[in-house]
Each structure stands twice: as C-alpha cells, then as structure tokens.
Design a protein around this ligand. Structure first.
Ligand code: SF4
Ligand code: SF4
Length: 360
C-alpha cells in the first residue's frame, strides 16, 4: 500500500542522515557538498578548462625552453582574435623562433580550446585556473608572456593524463627526428668510402695512355706542368668533371693492370664527389639561418628548392603544408597563395613573389 508523500519523507531522511553524519570523522567529505571558498578549493577534474597558458620545459630558463615558436597559427585560428604575437628577433633582425610578445585578452577569449588544437608544438594548453578577476576590465584582463608561461610540471599537476601523453608524443617525435637526421647523415658518411676510391683514382690520370692526347716533347712545360696537364687531359677524355691532380710520380706508377680498376673507380669517385643535389639534404632548412643565407645556399638549386629556402623553415604547418610541401605546391602551380608562411612574415612573401616573377 502506498503512503501519500512517502518520497518527501525519504528525501528528508537523506538530508538528516548527511547532516548528522557530517559531524563524524570519515563522513565529512562524503556528506558535505559545500566548500569554504576561498580557503577551500574544489579539486577540478582533468578535463575542466579556463584560459590558455604557454608551456615551458625547464624552470631554470622559462623563456629559453618555452615550446612556442611564434608560428602564429593559434593567432590566426583563434575565432574571436584575442591572441597577439610578435616574433622575437636578435639585434640583426634574425628571427629567434620564439615570441617576444604573446598576449591573450581573456576578456575576449571564449575558452574554445581551438588554439590548443591547432598548435603543432604542444606549446599552448588550457589552464584550470579560474581566479582571474581584476579591478580593471581592460589592461588587467590582457595576459602577457610572463603570466602565460607555466611549467610542464604544472601541466602535469593539473592534467596528468594529458601531459603524460604529450610528453610521450614529443619524445617519440624527438627520437624520430634524431633517427631521420642520422639517416640523412648516412649519405654524408659516404665520403668514408672516398679514401678507398681516391688511391685508385690517382692512377686514373694516366689511365688511358693509348688514347690520350699527347703533349709534344718540345712543348714549353716543365716536368710538373707536364704532369698536371697530362692528368687534366686524361680526365677530360675519361669524362671526369675536372682535372685529376696527379703528382709527377703518378704516371710512373701507373700500370696497365690498374687501368680497368681505375677507370671503374673514376665514375664512382665522381658520383660520390657530387653534392647530394638537394634530394634529401636541404642545407637551407634551418630556421636559425637568415633569409639571405638560405637563398645563397639554394641559389643553384631548382625553383622549388629556392621557394622552400624562402620559407621560415619551421615546418609549422601554418600554411597547411610543411615547408617542402608548400614550396612544391607553389612550384607545381597547385598553390597560388604566396602569403601563407606566417612565421616568415612579409620578407618570405616578397621573396616568393620575386622568385615567381623571375620564373615567368
Ligand atoms: S600555434 Fe603554438 S607554437 Fe604557434 S604561436 Fe601558437 S602557441 Fe606558439
Ligand atoms: S581558447 Fe579559443 S578564444 Fe581563447 S585564445 Fe584559444 S582559440 Fe582564442
């Protein structure tokens, strides 16, 4: 049989049980739902969020170890446009790949976390700190770089699961880069084979006495000049790119047995001497180099390489590609917007325009 108003009495019983139970040890935490703020603060769940902050890795040098490279992707993507970034530069105007100014107007920020989502460097994260009230509604609500910088340790405190995942990802990327760099060095290590090629290359100078141009006996050369010229003419006949510098003693050492080996070694030596031709190695792909230096390094390379050298080399994806991809897309005509390299700023855009004008 149901009693009228039974639910009401059940509710009051729960309240009474919690009220009385809260006076006993062990029952307090479970039964009291109010916090004596600001003395007491409610622990926040990991996925709570307030406003963004910038992560740095070492307490000893926060600004030197901040992860932000001032690529400005977050500035561009922030829906209410409340982020303002100026890239740091040294006394020569060379970009330092870190922000000099990084402001977030938290009176405008809508806590959407898009800046966090788009940052390729895990440099900006959402904070849990909600105590942001200030007396001035304008300047005091603009957070500047020193306020925004917080340690990775702090990040671990507020969001341990997420921070651990980020650390693991960054470590994996670091290892991948190191492995890639080691792989790139492998061709550079090829010259280790050169010593083997060079001794056989020396006999290459007199390698084809039967078919080489003879230097007349009465030609006005001394012994040394004659030997050099002989080597030079031989190298031309062998199709080598330049003079092989034989010592005067070399012709005397040359033997017919050595000739095939020398002839075989010559092209190999020549190919190893040849620069990597930018296939894998892009010496300008160094964000620490100035634009002029990068362009110098790429001046004899393809248009795509020169376009790439004009970019900021941060591979930040602000353009929607990495630097190589953006350059290739412009060179192939798939991309016609030359203003996408945000960290390169106006100087990159101008250089891209110049290169494309020269191409036409
Ligand atoms: S996207 Fe990341 S690295 Fe780029 S400016 Fe913003 S916080 Fe810095
Ligand atoms: S949380 Fe959203 S609104 Fe706030 S700074 Fe980031 S992108 Fe802009």
């Amino acid at each position: 049989m149901s009693v009228l108003g039974k639910g009401l009495f059940q509710g009051l019983a729960v309240t009474a049980r919690n009220f009385v139970g809260s006076y006993f040890d062990g029952g307090r935490k479970e039964r009291l739902f109010t916090y004596q703020y600001p003395e007491e603060k409610m622990p926040l769940p990991e996925n709570s969020r307030s406003f963004p902050f910038l992560v740095y890795d070492e307490d000893a040098d926060p600004s030197g170890t901040m992860r932000c490279v001032a690529c400005k992707i977050c500035e561009v993507e922030c829906p209410p446009q409340c982020i303002y970034i100026v890239m740091d530069r040294d006394e020569n105007g060379k970009p330092r790949q870190r922000p000099e100014v990084f402001d977030i107007d938290i009176s405008v920020c809508m806590q959407c976390q898009i800046c966090v989502e788009v940052c390729p460097f895990d440099a900006i994260k959402m904070d849990n700190d909600y105590e942001k009230s200030e007396y001035d509604r304008y300047d005091d609500l603009v957070e500047h770089l020193p306020q925004l910088l917080k340690s990775n340790e702090y990040y671990h405190q507020i969001k341990p699961t997420e921070a651990t995942e980020v650390d693991a990802r960054l470590q994996a990327e670091k290892e991948k880069k190191a492995a890639k760099a080691a792989g790139k060095k492998a061709p550079a290590a090829k010259p280790a084979a050169k010593p083997a090629a060079q001794p056989t290359a020396k006999p290459a100078a007199p390698a084809a006495p039967g078919r080489k141009l003879e230097i007349p006996a009465d030609a006005p050369f001394n012994q040394e000049q004659r030997a050099w010229l002989s080597g030079f003419l031989s190298s031309i006949q062998m199709g080598a790119p330049g003079p092989v510098a034989p010592t005067p003693a070399v012709p005397a050492e040359a033997s017919t047995d050595e000739q095939p080996a020398a002839a075989a070694a010559e092209p190999e030596a020549a190919s190893e001497e040849a620069p990597p031709a930018g296939d894998e190695s892009w010496p300008w792909h160094d964000a620490g180099l100035e634009l002029g230096a990068r362009m110098d390094l790429a001046k004899d390379s393809s248009l795509a390489d020169q376009l790439m050298a004009a970019m900021a080399q941060t591979d930040c994806n602000a353009c929607g590609y990495d630097c190589r991809g953006y350059a290739d897309a412009i060179a192939s005509g798939d991309e016609d917007d030359l203003s996408l390299c945000l960290p390169g700023e106006a100087e990159t855009e101008k250089m891209l325009e110049k290169l494309m004008e020269e191409k036409e």
